[in-house]
Design a protein around this ligand. Structure first.
Ligand SMILES: [Mg+2]
Length: 377
């Protein structure tokens, strides 16, 4: 059977504002750099082809930037109409060059990410395969840890309660935020949570870039006794040298990379031996095309992988990573989709559904405040 080229017939871009259950604070709020987070802005791309195949992808922003992602995507989306959706690399290049004046990182490529991810979803659906299987899986489930229960606005008692609920739901690890103005309070929280969990439950901490080098080293040394799986974002995301020194000085693995906005930025971390665990975010670095490039570099450098946020996408990408990764459990986006990811025995199961295995919920439609259509419906 030979392949009959298909063509993109229609694309819909939607901008949605997802309110969070309550205001969320990490260390950036306590240093006064950001206000508590109350919503996530999501950019959806839905693609339909002449042969009737469909794909959905999304990008997102926290706090500012969402309207710019949507505006940029609207400027370039028309260029995909009539193109073969299987030629993802060619399409990515075409969209990238259309916006070359505003660069190959950040908002410009985050806008393309929604389209790129939709194209991968479509390709996997066409093949009748879960995306992980299309890419080439190493496993059918991925270790998962919970983040959303451990933010800084929550009391220790609340975090203990949330952690117990996560473990009962089958989640394998617990991450809590640190980086409070009083480092003794950080240590008190970590001590209490480690005692609550016992020695066997994987525990991570995340300082969200708010320590300086001296504080990170001192805290890193004090945290060694808690047998943490990693210390996340101890320093400014772009401080390659500082991360490299810390990584060399501590036994506890250092994880970072979620805030970086392109493969090139990640390459500096890799070249600088700046961490043990890389935490790329596919929507943030321009989509799956870019993530796969980065995953190859990450593995070649001998680093572990723990992608940031967007578990609906990253579960598939992590399943295709050679060494055992982690996927971050965040339930925030649940209400945008009809399906729920299954979790059992500490692991998130790659869904058997083709593609990403997601479809937009009626709630996602209600939260949509702007749409733009291209091509023939
Ligand atoms: Mg983080």
């Amino acid at each position: 059977m030979s392949y009959t080229p298909d063509a993109i017939r229609h694309i819909t871009l939607s901008a949605a504002t997802l309110p969070l259950a309550g205001p969320i604070s990490d260390a950036k709020v306590f240093t006064g750099r950001q206000k508590p987070m109350t919503e996530v802005e999501v950019l959806f791309a839905e693609i339909t082809t002449e042969q009737g195949f469909e794909g959905v992808g999304f990008s997102y922003s926290k706090r500012a930037g969402g309207p710019a992602q949507y505006a940029h995507a609207k400027e370039v989306a028309q260029l995909t109409i009539g193109e073969d959706p299987s030629d993802i690399a060619k399409l990515y290049d075409k969209l990238l060059w259309a916006g070359a004046s505003v660069g190959r990182s950040g908002v410009a490529t985050q806008a393309l990410a929604a389209i790129d991810i939709a194209l991968y979803d479509l390709k996997a659906r066409r093949a009748g395969l879960p995306l992980a299987k299309l890419l080439g899986s190493h496993r059918d489930s991925v270790r998962t840890y919970n983040t959303s229960g451990g933010f800084l606005q929550a009391s220790i008692e609340e975090i203990q309660h949330n952690a117990s609920a996560s473990l009962e739901a089958g989640i394998g690890g617990i991450k809590i935020k640190v980086g409070l103005p009083d480092t003794r309070e950080d240590l008190r929280r970590v001590t209490t949570i480690r005692e609550h969990l016992g020695p066997d439950v994987p525990l991570m901490v995340d300082a969200n870039q708010q320590w300086d080098r001296a504080t990170a080293l001192r805290m890193g040394r004090r945290l060694e006794e808690f047998d943490l799986n990693w210390i996340e974002e101890p320093l400014d995301a772009y401080d390659v040298e500082g991360h490299a020194s810390l990584t060399a000085a501590l036994d506890t693995p250092i994880a970072t990379g979620e805030m970086l906005a392109s493969v090139s930025e990640h390459e500096k971390l890799i070249a600088g031996r700046a961490c043990d665990i890389l935490q790329p975010d596919a929507p943030r670095i321009g989509g799956i095309t870019q993530f796969l490039r980065l995953a190859t570099l990450t593995h070649q450098a001998g680093l572990a992988l723990a992608p940031h946020f967007a578990m609906e996408i990253h579960l598939h990408l992590a399943a295709a990573y050679p060494t055992e990764p982690w996927v971050e459990h965040f339930d925030w986006l649940d209400q945008l989709f009809e399906q729920r990811l299954e979790i059992a025995d500490g692991r998130m199961l790659v869904p058997a559904r083709p593609g990403l295995g997601i479809s937009l919920s009626p709630r996602a439609r209600r939260l949509t405040h702007a749409t733009a259509e291209f091509g023939r419906s």
